[in-house]
Design a protein around this ligand. Structure first.
Ligand code: 26V
Length: 820
């Protein structure tokens, strides 16, 4: 029969084994025995895709029929993680597949390991987008991602001699991805450069001439909801040039088809790489091109679909929402205006009303160095018509401000979309949206009171908080199946649909056998992690030791260096007293540094230098180990998080907008050591003082120091001998090459310690000691783990997404967790 009969009829593992074997043959022209693991993986993915295909088509048809409101989540980054295991879980095929393969003597886990982990994002912002796609599909909301199909993902990190080196992440080396559907029929054309001619005949007409047109070809990746038959899409756009009809001139200058092909490659390079810097904004032309490419292709295809369905453009805000993930896709405001004005002939007032009621914006950072501002000349040259529209938006906006604050030039200049020769993307995003949200209570507070206070005063009704959430399906069910099963045995499986039910675990905090079972699960996960580290790095770690993980992008504000200083101090205690009573600990670090970020790269070197000293010092007697795991990605997180006891979340207060790794650790029963910032505060409120280790300056204190010109780190250097010692060790030959860590030394002491590392050091050490002492009280510690899991329900992406559905997108049907 056809594949689709098969999808409906397939019942048992035997059918699965037969279908799989046949698919290996069909796809590769090989029998099962001669197929490699990679080929088996591809055949399995292809088989699973058949199931997705049918549901994808059915979901599309159902949405069209119900005329359901659609949400389009525009993001320059998506970090979905590997999809095979997630698809098996969500399609309900996990068991049948695992057992079917076992009949053939194939280990599913080995095939899962063959999948590339698509690195189409930098970190938190891209991973959040992927968690939300999962939640949208699982809640049955018609929500789709719109992004870029980068030919190469975020660089692959390899460390040699302690130094990070970057390599291209050639994730599409086979030319295609096994999950995607290429849809050339839905190609859109995006225009760059040229000039705009204005014609006035009654009405103004804007003729865009001499532009370069680039084709955007969509590739849809199916996103399956959790066992609900829904399959939404992540649509990724690729720049492609079809040379089929381009004549190759062979004149005196021409080189025949060589030039045509060379131009093709130059043009297609638009979507070659993801910008790897999430710390310092750089006004690079190619980046602006990528942003407009994504925005224009997405909006054209969204509007076309809306119009083809014979819907009125004035109903756009009722029929769909467009959400912009940080300012990166904020050109959507101007592009939607352009399409409504120029392509669909609407007037300005009407277009502006439709645009602002359709678009909403999430801010993900308050770090001033990450704010996007484009130089006018670059912007205007690349996007002449869009620039005219931004100018008009700006003029009208400033006039409105003048009416509100007559004469207050300073305020108007601070809020203007175009000022000081640059286009301010945050101002454009706020002006063009009906909702603006921060990602944790404290972050939203800072937006309202500081970063965006003028905008908040002008339109307070636009601003709201939605604390981030993560998908408990990936981070618990997939990453930690043993824990998930144990929880189901204790409280049933309703927590999967409604994570708030995890609270019932509190009833088991005093149940001895449950606590033991939890500890056993943790131990098994630590063993799995230890095996990986042994195999990959030849480092033996003690699975009974406290596993303390600090895994995230390397950034000064995230303060990996403070963790390092604490380990140095711990080591100094052993040097001072070889018999010091130290709780055995394994410190795990992982994370990439932006290629141009010297201090972050030196932090990686510092971690390695420290590991080199400690891991080989017989005096340490294996009580401390330091491990740096290379090329951190979603798959590594899935391995490290379930195997960790302690979660390091120690940013300078006020700087980490939210954090999402903190939530994943909590779901897996790791205890947080953290500053009062971002979602750490919400975690603290949820679990209470006994189940988290907090320390350090508060955001208010940090901001007050900044207002008063900072503090003098030398005071601490002179007061605290431990600080003095570790500071000197950075530059006195304690590590080979005494000048290697001069930049760190200077930043800490001679440049005012902008991130308050020395200021928070004493409290950090104190809380670390307290934590270690509580860790060895196994019973007490288990209760903390259970409390963390039990209170993690509010950090499920489903909760966050339901809040967006209710307060931002105004979706008619309420997701189950918000009903009544
Ligand atoms: C910044 C930039 C600056 C310009 C160049 C390209 C680029 C790309 C990425 C970024 C990072 C955006 C900010 C970001 O990732 N924020 C993180 O968002 C998480 C999800 O809301 C949140 O949990 C983290 O605290 C926050 O740092």
């Amino acid at each position: 029969g056809t594949n689709f009969d098969f999808v409906d009829a397939m019942s048992g593992e035997e059918d699965f084994a037969i279908a799989f074997t046949a698919n290996v043959m069909k796809l590769h022209g090989k029998s099962l025995d001669s197929a490699s693991n990679r080929e088996k993986y591809l055949a399995l993915a292809d088989l699973v895709r058949t199931f997705l295909s049918k549901r994808l088509a059915d979901t599309e048809a159902a949405y069209r029929q119900e005329q359901k409101k659609q949400v389009y989540y525009l993001s320059l980054e998506f970090l979905p993680g590997r999809l095979l295991a997630a698809n098996l879980l969500n399609l309900g095929l996990q068991q049948v597949c695992e057992q079917g393969l076992r009949r053939l003597n194939i280990n599913l886990a080995e095939l899962i390991d063959q999948e590339e982990d698509p690195a189409l994002g930098n970190g938190g912002l891209g991973r959040l987008a992927a968690c939300y796609l999962d939640s949208m599909a699982s809640l049955g909301l018609a929500g789709h991602g719109c992004g870029i199909r980068y030919r190469y993902g975020l660089f692959e990190q390899r460390v040699t001699d302690g130094y990070q080196r970057e390599f291209p992440d050639n994730w599409l080396k086979e030319g295609r991805n096994e999950w995607e559907y290429r849809r050339p029929e839905e190609t859109m054309n995006v225009r760059f450069g040229g000039r705009v001619r204005t014609i006035a005949n009654g009405k103004l007409h804007f003729i865009h001439e001499n532009y370069q047109q680039i084709s955007a070809v969509p590739y849809d990746i199916p996103i399956a909801g959790y066992q609900n038959e829904i399959v939404n899409t992540l649509r990724l756009w690729s720049a492609e040039v079809d040379v089929t009809y381009q004549a190759c001139t062979f004149d005196r200058h021409g080189k025949g088809c060589i030039n045509v092909i060379a131009d093709k490659h130059a043009t297609e390079s638009l979507t070659d790489t993801l910008y790897p810097d999430d710390s310092v904004y750089e006004g690079k032309l190619l980046r602006l091109k990528q942003q407009y490419f994504l925005v224009s292709a997405s909006l054209q295809s969204i509007l076309r679909k809306h119009v083809v369905n014979k819907a009125d453009l004035r109903l756009l805000p009722e029929k769909l929402s467009i959400h912009i993930n940080d300012t990166h896709p904020s050109l959507a405001v101007a592009e939607l205006m352009r399409l409504l004005l120029d392509e669909y002939g609407l007037g300005w007032a009407e277009s502006w009303d439709i645009t602002t009621r359709t678009i909403s914006y999430t801010n993900h950072t308050v770090l001033p160095e990450a704010l996007e501002k484009w130089p006018i000349d670059l912007f205007q040259t690349l996007l002449p018509r869009i620039y005219m529209i931004v100018q008009e938006i700006n003029e009208r906006f400033c006039r409105e401000l003048w009416d509100m604050y007559p004469g207050d030039w300073q305020k108007i200049k601070a809020m203007a979309i175009i000022a000081d020769g640059t286009v301010h993307m945050a101002a454009l995003a706020i002006a063009g949206s009906h909702r603006v949200n921060g990602v944790s209570a404290i972050h939203t507070q800072i937006l309202k009171q500081k970063t965006m206070s003028d905008f908040y005063q002008l339109t307070p009704q636009k601003f709201l908080n939605i604390t981030n959430g993560v998908t408990h399906r990936r981070w618990m069910l997939l990453a930690n199946p043993d824990l998930a099963q144990l929880i189901c045995e204790a409280i049933g499986d309703r927590w999967i649909a409604n994570p708030d039910e995890l609270q019932h675990l509190l009833n088991f905090a005093h149940d001895n056998s449950f606590c033991c079972a939890m500890a056993k699960v943790k131990f098994a996960n630590k063993l799995r992690l230890a095996k990986y580290i042994q195999a990959k790095y030849g480092i033996a770690i003690d699975t009974c030791s406290l596993i303390d993980s600090h895994i995230k992008r390397i950034h000064a504000y995230k303060r990996q260096s403070m963790n390092v200083l604490h380990i140095m101090d711990l080591y100094n205690r052993i040097l001072d007293n070889p018999h010091a009573d130290i709780v055995p600990r394994t410190f795990i670090f992982a994370g990439k540094a932006a290629p141009g970020y010297y201090k972050a790269k030196q932090t990686i070197k510092l971690i390695h230098a420290l590991a080199e000293k400690i891991n080989h010092d017989p005096l340490v007697k294996n009580r401390i180990k330091v491990v740096f795991l290379q090329n951190y990605n979603v798959s590594h997180a899935e391995l490290i998080i379930p195997g960790s006891d302690v979660s390091e979340q120690i940013p300078t207060a006020s700087m980490e907008a939210c954090g999402t790794g903190n939530m994943k650790f909590m779901m897996n029963g790791a205890v947080t050591i953290g500053t009062l910032d971002g979602a750490n505060i919400a975690i603290w409120e949820a679990v209470g003082d006994d189940n988290i280790f907090t320390f350090g300056l508060t955001a208010d204190q940090v901001l007050a120091y900044y207002r008063n010109g900072g503090y003098n780190p030398w005071d601490i250097y002179h007061q605290d001998l431990r600080v003095k010692t570790v500071m000197e060790q950075l530059v006195n030959g304690f590590f080979p090459y005494p000048e290697e860590f001069r930049a760190h030394y200077d930043a800490f002491l001679n440049q005012g310690d902008h991130y308050f590392v020395l200021k928070d050091f004493a409290q950090y050490v104190e809380v670390q000691n307290k934590l270690a002492n509580e860790f060895i009280n196994t019973e007490l510690w288990q209760k903390k783990c259970i409390a963390n899991v039990a209170h993690s329900g509010i950090f499920a992406g489903d909760r966050a997404f339901a809040e967006y559905a209710l307060s931002v997108w105004d979706l008619a049907e309420r997701p189950p967790c918000l009903r009544q």
